[in-house]
Design a protein around this ligand. Structure first.
Ligand code: SF4
Ligand code: SF4
Length: 348
């Protein structure tokens, strides 16, 4: 028999830190209407797939008609090391991207988890596993099933356990499982630190305007970054962790150095990128060779070089002017445009 306690035990054995169970649909009017309002305000920027798949977000039966329950798991990627930037010739990488690509790592862990479930349950069942690779509104399901609560920074927060530095994964299954309860927790209270600390003003309480968010702009967005936003990026060359770094619910992780146990997130890490190295990547092919298996691959050569140029400007890294100048006639128009802007800016 697979009861909740047994499921949790097996998930912990597979390396996960958090476990919850939900039904196949999101039965929470507030979460659903907040999400729909977010889309209708165009806060999803150019992530059009979020609108296209809006209905599937709340009902896993629209992904697979046989789904009856979803097992949710969370795994820490926290690493307290490497806070000091080596010099102005380096850019900062969001912590989620320091290690290997979580899509593969979490999926591997989920496969192991399902094997254990089948072995201990003693029967076959239908399933599909995902980690940030399905239209399903993972954050909303995480709230209703009690993985965490949603903070004003819009992230899922697991108070006293993982803070907000964790990946989510899920097993869609045709098993009829008992759902777990939401957390009985008051949430952010009067704290507003993430909203007031966001460098680009992308946050209002519980609402993220992706069009202004450094994470979205440095990772997903492929175009030219407007100067007023670029100058607020600071040294973030890939992603941004400011609204997590300031959050009181993450403080104890830093103090107690509660680093992830998963070696793929903890070894060969890339907390900083050498900007000169990035600026000299000659082609998309070469870029893919360097970042294969790493989340940074997502930005493509165009995005990463554009970001590196912006960080060089923000860091006033004048030693890099010649490297940037060489890119003024790059084949990629976004790179070339950003390089022309930066050379003028740095020599001004
Ligand atoms: S990731 Fe950075 S830019 Fe985006 S909301 Fe958080 S603090 Fe603001
Ligand atoms: S910084 Fe404060 S307001 Fe923002 S998510 Fe954390 S507790 Fe909530």
């Amino acid at each position: 028999m697979l009861n909740t306690e047994k499921i949790k035990f097996l998930a912990f054995e597979s390396g996960f830190d958090l476990v919850s169970v939900s039904k196949s649909f999101l039965n929470d009017e507030k979460l659903v209407s907040n999400y729909s309002r977010w889309i209708s305000n165009s806060f999803n920027a150019e992530m059009r797939y979020l609108k296209e798949y809006e209905l599937k977000k709340f009902d896993a039966k629209l992904v697979e008609p046989w789904v009856r329950s979803i097992i949710w798991v969370g795994v820490s990627y926290f690493n307290s090391s490497f806070c000091e930037r080596p010099s102005e010739e380096y850019g900062r990488v969001s912590m989620y991207a320091w290690g290997d690509d979580y899509h593969y790592v979490v999926k591997k862990m989920l496969e192991d988890f399902v094997i254990r479930l089948k072995k201990v349950g003693g029967f076959e069942f239908r399933y599909r596993i995902f980690s940030d690779s399905t239209p399903i509104y993972e954050k909303g399901f995480g709230v209703v099933s009690g993985i965490g609560f949603q903070g004003k920074n819009t992230l899922l927060i697991s108070p006293g356990k993982l803070g907000s530095f964790f990946f989510l994964g899920e097993v869609l299954t045709d098993l009829d499982l008992e759902p777990t309860e939401p957390l009985n927790f008051k949430g952010c209270g009067s704290c507003n630190l993430c909203v007031s600390s966001c460098p680009t003003g992308a946050l209002a309480p519980y609402v993220l305007d992706a069009r202004r968010c450094i994470s979205y702009l440095t990772i997903e967005y492929r175009g030219i970054i407007p100067e007023d936003l670029a100058l607020k990026f600071g040294d973030w060359v890939f992603g941004c962790d400011v609204c997590q770094q300031v959050c009181p619910f993450n403080k104890f992780l830093y103090i107690k150095k509660l680093n992830t146990k998963i070696k793929e997130f903890n070894s060969n890490v890339t907390p900083f990128l050498n900007l000169k190295d990035v600026l000299s990547i000659p082609s998309q092919n070469q870029f893919e060779k360097i970042f294969r298996g790493k989340p940074i691959l997502r930005a493509r050569r165009r995005g990463l070089i554009r970001n590196a140029i912006i960080v060089a400007v923000n860091n006033k890294a004048r030693k890099l002017v010649d490297d940037i100048a060489k890119l003024r006639n790059d084949n990629d128009e976004v790179v070339a445009h950003t390089a022309r802007w930066a050379t003028e800016f740095l020599s001004g």
